[in-house]
Design a protein around this ligand. Sequence first.
Ligand SMILES: Cc1cc2nc3c(=O)[nH]c(=O)nc-3n(C[C@H](O)[C@H](O)[C@H](O)COP(=O)(O)OP(=O)(O)OC[C@H]3O[C@@H](n4cnc5c(N)ncnc54)[C@H](O)[C@@H]3O)c2cc1C
Length: 389
Amino acid sequence: MNLDLLLPDADLEPADRDFAGRIRAFAASALAPHARTCDEQRTFRRAMVHELAAAGILGGPLPKDAGGGGWTPLQLALAHEELGAVCGNARGFCAVQTGLVAQCLHRYGTAAQRSRWLQPLLHGTAIGCFALTEPEAGSDVASLRTHAMADGPGRYAVRGSKWWITNGGIADVMILFATLDPSQGRAGLTAFLVETDRQGLQRTPMPGIELGHRGSDHAVMTFDGFPVLADEMLGQPGKGFGVAMGGLAAGRLSVAAGAVGVHRAALTAALQFTGERRQFGQPLAAQQMVQERLADHCTSLHASRGLVHRCARRRAAGSETAADLAMAKLYATEAAARAAEDAVQLHGARGYSSAFPVERLWRDIQALRIYEGTTLIQKTIVARALLGS
Ligand SMILES: Cc1cc2nc3c(=O)[nH]c(=O)nc-3n(C[C@H](O)[C@H](O)[C@H](O)COP(=O)(O)OP(=O)(O)OC[C@H]3O[C@@H](n4cnc5c(N)ncnc54)[C@H](O)[C@@H]3O)c2cc1C
């Protein structure tokens, strides 16, 4: 059994191979022992935040002069593959805390905003969330209704509701998207960077039980006269749509890389299991129909990683496009979902139990096909680029 064939290592320069190896070792020692329990108990493990910070992972993608680790885009992709292979909650946490909140703050924030929040976010002493989605505004971000209404000079009172907000119940600081004028559509949309500890905000867990990412915090955030100041805008008034799209587009690389990790973990489990489990007098992996499944998922794993690394190289060269990212996210998440589906099937009844890792991979991967732009939305982005519309 050649599990090395599933790793990115053979295609990497020595420094990047060492880098991936370090994150892999961290994930195996710090995250793997808790991944199943956090999922089964539906608990967010706070110690994980400090472990990620201490390992330099929370700050990794930010430039060194901003107190970050100065990772290249390829290193970001490698790190998210390793985290995604072991714990979707940890990878999702990093994607929100660093990928959405800290990177948007670094890109769009004032010096005062950066000096107040950037280091606490990178060191894990503050938790951030990205409050965009509403019950009536998902893919159609510009239709959001949360209203920041003028409430005296330089002040606004926010009313409205957000949901599905990762870290929403535990965040100390949020990027809150609201409209200054609901009649203006996307031209009214404005981002605020604001602490959560104020009157006028109620936070409750999402109703129901999530299919996956059960060790993450997902909240409903209800704003009723929540005060924000003009000074707390992140970027210019009316430019929040650009902040949201900029953050989400950049984040798609980590989601796609995380999907490569899930894909690799599912195929690894399927290979190991079918190599050991004997039926009809031989290991399952000796059956040609089983081999066909394994070979397909190995091929699509490398195709996904190729698309992700292509985006990373283009990002490093400053030539990345929305369509590149959309193709990588679309392909990698869908291929990983197919690999996880077959991994469950190849485990037979064992695949149906949390005693084996594949059902969690199958549940977790569904969210990656939805957040930061659904699969169908990625297709609209690719089609727009193709048609020049
Ligand atoms: C685990 C998890 C974590 C999340 N974390 C966050 C977070 O931290 N912050 C945040 O703001 N949000 C978060 N979300 C919300 C997520 O971003 C939205 O669910 C997503 O944008 C889709 O919106 P929706 O659920 O309203 O679906 P809808 O937009 O209602 O879409 C429903 C279906 O219609 C399709 N569809 C919609 N429009 C089109 C179109 N134009 N063409 C073709 N098909 C279309 C979609 O592809 C989808 O299949 C999270 C979601 C999950 C599941």
